[in-house]
Design a binder for this molecule. Sequence first.
Ligand code: ADP
Length: 383
Amino acid sequence: MILIVDDKPENIFSLKTILELHAFPTDAALSGEEALKKILRHSYALIILDVQMPGMDGFEVAEAISGYSKARDIPIIFLSAASTDKKFITKGYTSGGVDYITKPVDPDILLLKVKTFYRLYEQNSELNRIHASLRSEIEFRKKAEAELKDAVKKKDEFISIASHELKTPLTTIKAYLQLLDRSIDGNDPTKMYMERALVQVRKLDNLIVDLLDLSKIESGKLKFNKKIFNFEKTLSNAIEMIRQTYPEYQIIQKGDAEVNLYGDEMRIEQVLINYLTNAVKYSPDNKEVHIGISSREGNRLFVQVKDFGIGIPKDHQSHIFHKFYRVEDSANRFQGLGIGLYICAEIIRRHEGEYGVESEPGQGSAFYFSIPVGSQPTETVTE
Ligand code: ADP
């Protein structure tokens, strides 16, 4: 809306007529005082202000408007006598949106100026609106991000505390079960139940160990006890463990593992067991797993665990080493948390190694890692 301020009603009438003919809505005030009151109550796109008015003149009105934060950006067109100096007109009014028209008013010039200012006002309002909405969007995102971090933080704390609290009683249960198992004669029919219970307890134990590792990775506290060790021994330990747990599976080793590595033996064994457990778990219909060992580029050991199971669709392959990632199609058929490979990836990375998978759905998967062959300092280093 355009506010016309003039002490003469006939002037207001003629300006109103011209503007409304061109679809500009108008409002009017017969004095500076009345104009200021209206400006405080309504929002205007433009003010057409007569300079010579009894009481407050146009300049005084403009000066007063410049003090209102709500209105100081409204452009003003002064209606003045021909001789008025433009510098004087703009005194006290700094928005830049100021112009003047000499009396008698030429309707074409008036319309031209009004159109320009009106368009400017609309563009400004649009910019302000976008600015405000961007600002509120940024505020909203900042808040959501902070809340999310706080969620995530609480979840990490919960996982850490819960897994610690679960670990202690479970270790005790496992110890008693093992004692009981040893005390039961091999022919006793309850032995079978005892062994089944132990298998489940071991699974639970592994889950909790994984959760503890996850918390350690998140808090940067996953420690490595690196030294030179014999890979052959580590690999046979891992294979032996898998054979005991899954006697129906055939684990076939190809290649020579007689090599010294520099790293954390327990952690490398953990990676092997994880790859092997997955190979078994995701091959319910084919009970053969191949382990390939080779040396690449002379100074890297390359280890591959190949199964002939369900395989992994191409579009999932780049994600499976990410935290909590599980292939949706098979997630319901196979139990798991989706953190085993994430931990493996961290362990291999921390050994300056590389990892990955090659897989064909329905044909099987080959998980591999490669790490530098050891010729590192012989003393024990904890990092
Ligand atoms: P989990 O097995 O507990 O879900 P992992 O981090 O070990 O977690 O594996 C992540 C996902 O990668 C699994 O959920 C599965 O979808 C896929 N995956 C891992 N190993 C294999 C494999 N050998 N064959 C097919 N899919 C696999």
